[in-house]
Design a protein around this ligand. Structure first.
Ligand code: HEM
Length: 402
């Protein structure tokens, strides 16, 4: 994940905000390493350069106290590099591997999604209705799924949501406002207290949950309680807006592209293709931030030690050098899975399989239960956001139209 940025009254930023895909296309062609003065950082937009930077841990680092991610959450797998990072990440990787996450969470996610859909449509196949899918479904499933993964009760959903919103503000606090930092410190402390209670509980009574496994690691590998809590924060933060966005973006594609909708309705085995091409075409996380460790040249431009670089994942995912006709959503695209929506290299998303599990479960149930899903008349389909790209709201109806 990259830092989010405050908007400025700057023509370049206005262009980026108005039509990021068109702006990225110009940069890829004319200035693939571009200095964005208003944000004081570089934008890198070509697939090859983005991938190379994300894999190059000699010249680029995530770990600097100057980053808001570090200021908010301290040292964890995304603010450390090399051996230190691997030591932290390795303690969680097993739990997020495809078979492990499926075994631990598939049934739970299915049930959570079903209950949320019951709330929208009533039990079983819906007659007809309409809903705002972000607020009523997509923003809730990831929070409930994370709570279950952490072994915490669903009653904590409002508190987790409040903390999450505060963390988002702290990560966009480019003015380093002290009141925002203080609030974030208080929220992080409350979050840590909740996780610590859980750690203490599973220390005496292992329950197979994510932290139970970390707490009961063998002595020489075991992380300290503080390390477990700090990594819990980034796992929690990484897994909410991102999953919300991918569910909404897939629904946006379905209702906006009738041929795609018909293809996946006719053959549910196409759902993974829908998901991967949506990750490419409408990447939920648009950038990954790195800091230059020592002077280095990228595409003929010298980046100085200490500079900040935003690797533009969304732009790389539309690079015609890798994806033919990149602006077309193509369910048949044979190399869609080469997308960089989950980044690349040592910081590749820990939760990618958990994200896929949630999105595919939700989509399958929505297709089963909501026939003829379509936009509500008079509610335009809109995508917004520079860092997180998704519909700000998605009003969809289903069932026979009246
Ligand atoms: C579609 C959904 C998701 C997207 C698009 C996404 C995207 C990303 C990206 C781009 C990164 C790399 C950041 C960087 O290199 O600077 C990342 C890292 C990470 N993500 Fe995700 N993510 C998603 C879902 C999740 C979920 C569900 C979880 C956990 C429950 C999660 C946890 C993490 C963690 C812990 C990292 C840091 C990994 C490391 O530093 O080694 N993500 N994610």
């Amino acid at each position: 994940m990259a830092v989010m940025v405050e908007m400025h009254d700057d023509p370049v930023i206005r262009a980026l905000e108005a039509d990021p895909e068109a702006f990225h296309a110009r940069l890829r062609q004319e200035a693939p390493v571009f200095r964005l003065e208003a944000w004081g950082l570089w934008l890198v937009t070509r697939y090859e350069d983005v991938q190379a930077i994300l894999r190059d841990t000699d010249n680029f680092t995530t770990g600097t106290p100057a980053s808001l991610l570090y200021d908010t959450f301290g040292a964890h797998m995304l603010t450390t590099d090399g051996v230190a990072q691997e030591r932290l990440k390795s303690r969680f990787r097993g739990a997020f591997a495809p078979a492990a996450i499926r075994a631990a969470m598939q049934e739970t996610v299915r049930r959570l999604s079903e209950v949320l859909l019951d709330g929208l449509t009533g039990p079983g196949v819906a007659g007809q209705g309409a809903a705002e899918w972000r607020r009523q479904f997509a923003s809730r499933l990831p929070v409930q799924s994370i709570l279950s993964l952490f072994g915490l009760p669903l009653e904590e959903e409002p508190r987790l949501r409040r903390w999450y919103d505060g963390f988002e503000r702290a990560l966009a606090n480019f003015a380093w406002r002290e009141d925002v930092r203080r609030q974030a410190r208080e929220d992080v402390a409350e979050f840590h207290a909740l996780i610590q209670r859980h750690i203490d509980r599973v220390r005496g009574l292992p329950d197979g949950s994510l932290f139970s496994q970390a707490v009961h690691d063998n002595a020489e590998d075991r992380l300290s309680d503080a390390e477990i809590r700090q990594n819990a924060a980034i796992i929690f933060f990484g897994g909410i807006s991102t999953v919300e966005a991918i569910i909404l973006n897939c629904l946006y594609v379905l209702v906006g592209q009738p041929r795609v909708h018909a293809a996946v309705r006719a053959d549910r085995s196409r759902l993974p293709d829908l998901l991967e091409e949506t990750l490419r075409w409408l990447s939920p996380v648009q950038s990954a931030t790195r800091h230059v460790a020592r002077d280095v040249r990228v595409a003929g431009v010298t980046l100085k030690a200490g500079d900040t670089v935003n690797c533009m994942l969304g732009a790389a995912n539309r690079d015609p050098a890798v994806f033919s006709e990149p602006d077309t959503f193509d369910l048949e695209r044979s190399n869609a899975r080469r997308h960089l929506a989950f980044a690349s290299g040592p910081h590749f998303c820990l939760g990618s399989h958990f994200a896929r599990l949630q999105a595919l479960t939700a989509l399958e149930q929505i297709l089963d239960r909501c026939p003829d899903l379509r936009p509500v008349a008079g509610q335009p389909l809109v995508i917004s956001g520079v860092e997180f790209r998704q519909p700000p709201a998605l009003h969809l109806a289903w069932g026979a139209s009246s």
